[in-house]
Design a protein around this ligand. Structure first.
Ligand SMILES: CC(C)(COP(=O)(O)OP(=O)(O)OC[C@H]1O[C@@H](n2cnc3c(N)ncnc32)[C@H](O)[C@@H]1OP(=O)(O)O)[C@@H](O)C(=O)NCCC(=O)NCCS
Length: 285
């Protein structure tokens, strides 16, 4: 299986996610630790549009180029059948809620598109989430780094209460990495990104289900330019078995079609990529 060949294996999950509000599908892709072959990078670059190639080429670190290309290749491989287009013809536009720029901000397929999506990359893990046209989604993955200076980011990211709660955990660094992924999933769902101070984004976490997915919900008041609006983003921490050791992954969604308390139905697929770009399905819990 390659990124262009994702279609057949996951068409059911793609159609499930885009067919109705309160449904989300997530794909997590682990890239090889020591990098892809030049041929595999070329194949990924051939799968994306010129704008994404330009953005990837501008990145200094080869690892970042690979994860950007892999994320966008996976997105296009998944959406191609829904859009009835070739993967490389899928056009992504961006719009910044803060300054209106089309150069950055939440990416989308544009007005009237049959799906919403979100992308994340950290370390060697890449994620794509899909939702219906009425369902904004936001996915985040975070590599837990041994050298993170938590005290230095505390004031920007964590409320005093969160800081104390996570300090009491058996592994505070792991707890903070998970909290960070959750908060970024929220701000990527609303599309504000870091223009929303993460310290003010306070998800409330519920009990994990049998598969280890931990639900959360986050109420927040946001100025969207037309006044303060109340927003409710709901989501899950994905189980460590799907994200892989050392990573935290979280996905949020916000549906126009109701703000009920019931969690959305969702699918999570976990893939790994070999050096030559070949994909293997690891788990599908
Ligand atoms: C979005 C953001 C939270 C991502 O955080 P990160 O941990 O660095 O990176 P991630 O891998 O998790 O996510 C990157 C992806 O998020 C998506 N993204 C970018 N901005 C986004 C936004 N406002 N909302 C939702 N998703 C966004 C993009 O798909 C991006 O990947 P791509 O550029 O390869 O397509 C953060 O980078 C951010 O807020 N940036 C914007 C800051 C800003 O708005 N500056 C200018 C204001 S005028």
């Amino acid at each position: 299986m390659t990124t262009t060949g994702l279609t057949a294996d996951f068409e059911r999950d793609v159609r499930f996610a885009v067919a109705a509000p309160d449904r989300v599908s997530v794909w997590l892709l682990r890239l090889p630790e020591d990098g892809l072959t030049a041929a595999a990078v070329r194949a990924l670059a051939d799968t994306v549009d010129a704008d994404t190639r330009r953005r990837a080429e501008a990145l200094r670190r080869p690892a970042d180029r690979e994860s950007t290309l892999a994320a966008h290749a996976m997105l296009r491989g998944l959406l191609a059948p829904v859009l009835e287009q070739q993967p490389r013809d899928v056009v992504v536009v961006r719009s910044c809620l803060t300054c209106g720029s089309a150069e950055h901000g939440k990416p989308s397929l544009g007005p009237g598109a049959p799906a919403q999506f979100s992308i994340a990359h950290s370390g060697r893990l890449v994620a794509v989430a899909l939702g219906s046209p009425e369902t904004a989604v936001g996915v985040d993955v975070e590599l837990e780094r041994a050298d993170t200076d938590w005290a230095a980011v505390r004031a920007d990211v964590f409320s005093d209460r969160e800081w104390l709660t996570d300090s009491a955990e058996s592994d505070p660094s792991r707890a903070r990495t998970r909290a960070w992924a959750r908060k970024e999933a929220v701000v990527k769902t609303t599309g504000h990104g870091l223009a929303l101070p993460l310290r003010r984004v306070l998800p409330v976490v519920g009990a994990a289900d049998v598969s280890g997915r931990q639900p959360w919900s986050c109420s927040l008041s946001v100025d969207d330019g037309r006044g303060i609006r109340h927003r409710l983003v709901r989501g899950w921490d994905l189980p460590p078995a799907t994200a892989g050791d050392g990573y935290a992954a979280s996905v949020g969604f916000e549906s126009d079609a109701g703000q009920g308390a019931s969690p959305a139905q969702h699918t999570v697929s976990s893939l790994s990529m070999a050096h030559d770009g070949r994909l293997t399905l690891k788990t599908n819990p």
